[in-house]
Ligand binder design. Structure first.
Ligand SMILES: Cc1cc2nc3c(=O)[nH]c(=O)nc-3n(C[C@H](O)[C@H](O)[C@H](O)COP(=O)(O)O)c2cc1C
Length: 214
């Protein structure tokens, strides 16, 4: 099929300010629960956009590993491209797309690293193979050959034996502290519903809600 001819009309649901929670995190939890119930393959997969110090952007998919009033958490290698970019420019954006629900959620905010203890605690909860992987791979660095990576994994497995694997300080969590969160519900004829929450500068916990044009 011609790519230009691919299109789908959205008609499942609607979204109105009156039916959203005044708290965007509560609203996100509500939609996330519906995404889970809809048995999507990976409802916690989200596109993360970062930019370097000059503003040049890059984007990739990562997994949401927690959400709270403080923000949205994911884990990665701090030495990766995204890690380097976040260290020099602590602004980021997220986009979730849940096609079966005809929904998108967008988040923009500033980024902070989790406390070491929180990164270490999550690291310990990961499968052993992933723990070894975090030591074996310097994420985003050039790799001559996959065989070199696999040899490094073997070497480390022999070194660690059955002992618990220590948390690598180059690996851990970032939290996106949101300043804006938008909920998008697809509607017929591209006349979608968009509700934008903006954190009010006067009060840390207050959010305003506005409808945006589709
Ligand atoms: C569904 C999915 C989930 C992913 N989850 C993560 C993740 O949680 N953390 C991570 O570092 N990379 C994750 N990746 C890999 C990233 O997309 C990316 O390849 C990697 O982080 C390197 O990105 P960078 O070079 O821009 O830093 C995931 C990829 C996919 C497709």
């Amino acid at each position: 099929m011609n790519i230009a001819d691919m299109r789908r009309d959205y008609a499942q649901a609607e979204l109105d300010v009156a039916h959203t929670d005044p708290d965007p995190i509560a609203q996100f939890r509500h939609w996330f629960a519906e995404a889970e119930q809809a048995a999507l393959a990976e409802p916690n997969a989200m596109t993360l956009a970062t930019a370097d110090a000059t503003g040049k952007p890059s984007a990739r998919v990562v997994l949401l590993k927690g959400v709270s009033d403080e923000g949205f958490v994911f884990f990665t290698d701090f030495r990766s491209r995204k890690g380097r970019e976040l260290d020099e420019n602590p602004h980021a954006a997220l986009a979730f797309y849940w096609p079966e629900l005809e929904r998108q959620v967008r988040v923009t905010g500033t980024v902070e690293r989790l406390a070491d203890e929180a990164s270490a605690a999550y690291f310990r909860s990961r499968p052993v193979g992933s723990q070894v992987g975090a030591w074996a791979s310097h994420q985003s660095a050039m790799l001559e050959d996959r065989a070199l990576l696999m040899a490094r994994v073997e070497e480390l497995m022999a070194e660690f034996g059955d002992a618990p694997i220590a948390w690598p300080p180059h690996w851990g969590g970032y939290r996106i502290v949101p300043s804006e969160i938008e909920f998008w519900q697809g509607r017929p004829s591209r006349l979608h519903d968009r509700i934008l929450y903006t954190r009010s500068s006067s009060s840390e916990h207050a959010w305003r809600r506005d409808r945006l044009s589709p």
